[in-house]
Design a protein around this ligand. Sequence first.
Ligand SMILES: [Zn+2]
Length: 82
Amino acid sequence: MNGGTRRIWARLVDMAIYYVNKNSQSDGVHEVHKGNCNYLPHPENRFYLGDFTSCHIAIIEALKYFSSVDGCYWCSRECHTR
Ligand SMILES: [Zn+2]
C-alpha cells in the first residue's frame, strides 16, 4: 500500500496510532493512548504500539509488554475499565 492509499484506508476503518505509557500510574496500570490524545505522555515516556482499528487491539498489544494495562479515560474510553 502506498502512503495515499494507506491514509484513505486508515480513515475508512477509523485507524489510529496507539501508544502505551512506559510509566505506570499510581495503581500500577500502564495507560494506552491514541496519538492525538491531550494526555499523551512525553515521547521519552511512551512506547509506540502500532496503528489499530480499535483500542481493544492496542490493549492486547500493550499486554505483551506490561502485565497491567488500561485504556485512557479521555481518548480510549471504551477500553477504560477502572
Ligand atoms: Zn489518552
